[in-house]
Design a protein around this ligand. Structure first.
Ligand code: GLA
Length: 390
């Protein structure tokens, strides 16, 4: 007991040191147990950011950062993969649980779950045959999804350690930076990527992505959070209700590469212009939903999708300036991965709403361009807003 109390004191001190240092300068010796200690302290956490030592990857220190707003909503993010590991919000009865899939230790992520909560780059979703031609030169990418390149390749932005800088005041934001070197995973140019997460007092998680390059390169950054608004993976997401503001979608071939056509959703199971239960027509979609929707409007941040859950009363609204949204119903989850408390994560245990440019754009002249030129800036914003309907 005395030893336990001593450990808490030590960890508390190390957390203060790390927080005040403002980045991952490696001042603690805490282990994964710190997460538990950290949790117990969170009940009293003030708005702002705290951090706990999560171990190491690639010789770099990994931390778990807790962003807390004035409503005591908390989002945890690790600089390993820039990953959102939990998002704790109340249901209509005030009971709190996390609405995203995630683990409470680094080991869970080092086992390579399918992108749970991670930042995705340099190119979100697929590039056909892992090849594209730019300015007359053909580039060959690392392939990791049959013959295609998926989510940045074998070691995408989800598997690297980002440099992290938490906000120093009582705002809840975390800025992450990663320099992707020229040739990494086959992509041209040094790409300097910065992602700022901000948890606002309006219970929105804003994700602001910026990037610069020194050679023309495709860029398509997104976040791969898996949502289950019931807060319990024992419930599938098939009873949750979704609305997507898209008149068209991009049909795909058997390897999930777009055919290049933009087809109307009208009269298909892809018509979510009015809210529909996700399970209502999923049987008509072979394999389940894993499709890019062509969002209406564009150029500025607008609401693109709304997910509601009658069980918990929770509502998730997605706002973005992006042209596309990948709606994925966790079709490849099969129970082999377990939550930190041992529950199997089965098919349709969670869903993704990934704001993005269209898959395979570098090979699709009819799609909006994803090429970032040197001397210009990549900048995009997505906000996920959570509320409760009584
Ligand atoms: C994306 C893809 C899916 C799948 C998941 C990860 O959503 O579109 O096909 O690869 O990521 O398993």
């Amino acid at each position: 007991m005395k030893k336990f109390a001593g450990a808490i004191l030590l960890l508390s001190i190390s957390m203060v040191v790390v927080t005040s240092c403002g980045n991952n300068s490696g001042t603690t010796t805490a282990t994964n147990d710190s997460t538990t200690t950290h949790d117990s302290m969170q009940n009293t956490t003030k708005p702002g950011v705290t951090s706990a030592d999560w171990g190491e990857s690639d010789g770099k220190k990994v931390f778990s950062y807790t962003l807390t707003n004035k409503n005591n909503v908390q989002v945890k993010i690790t600089n390993y993969g820039g990953t959102i590991t939990s998002w704790t919000t109340p249901d209509r009865n005030g009971n709190k649980s996390s609405i995203v899939l995630g683990f409470d230790n680094l080991q869970g992520y080092l086992a390579h779950p399918p992108y749970f909560g991670a930042l995705i780059g340099r190119y979100g979703n697929r590039i056909a045959n892992g090849k594209f031609t730019l300015n007359g030169k053909t580039y060959t990418l690392a392939t990791n999804n049959g013959k295609n390149a998926l989510h940045g390749g074998l070691k995408g932005f989800d598997k690297v350690v980002w440099d992290a800088t938490p906000s120093a005041d009582n705002t809840a934001s975390l800025t992450l930076n990663y320099l992707s070197k020229d040739g990494e995973e086959g992509y041209p140019g040094n790409l300097n990527a910065t992602v700022k997460y901000t948890l606002t007092d309006a219970d929105e998680l804003e994700i602001e992505y910026t990037a610069k390059t020194d050679k023309a390169t495709p860029v398509n950054l997104t976040n791969h959070s898996y949502f289950n608004l019931t807060g319990d993976v024992n419930n599938t997401i098939l009873n949750e209700t979704l609305q997507i503001d898209a008149d068209r979608y991009t049909p795909v071939d058997t390897t999930l590469i777009p055919t290049g056509k933009l087809e109307p959703v009208a009269g298909t199971p892809f018509d979510f212009r009015q809210p529909h239960k996700i399970g209502e027509r999923i049987d008509q979609v072979p394999g389940g939903y894993d499709h890019n929707f062509v969002l209406n409007g564009g150029g500025s941040v607008r609401r693109v999708a709304t997910l509601t859950d009658s069980l918990s009363g929770r509502k998730l609204e997605v706002y973005s300036d992006q042209p596309g949204l990948q709606f994925y119903t966790g079709n490849f989850l099969d129970g082999t991965i377990k939550t930190s408390d041992g529950k199997p994560i089965n098919k349709h245990a969670a869903l993704c709403l990934e704001t993005q440019h269209f898959p395979d754009s570098p090979n699709q002249p009819g799609f909006p361009s994803t090429i970032l030129q040197p001397g210009t800036s990549y900048h995009t914003v997505t906000r996920y807003k959570v509320s409760v309907e009584k």
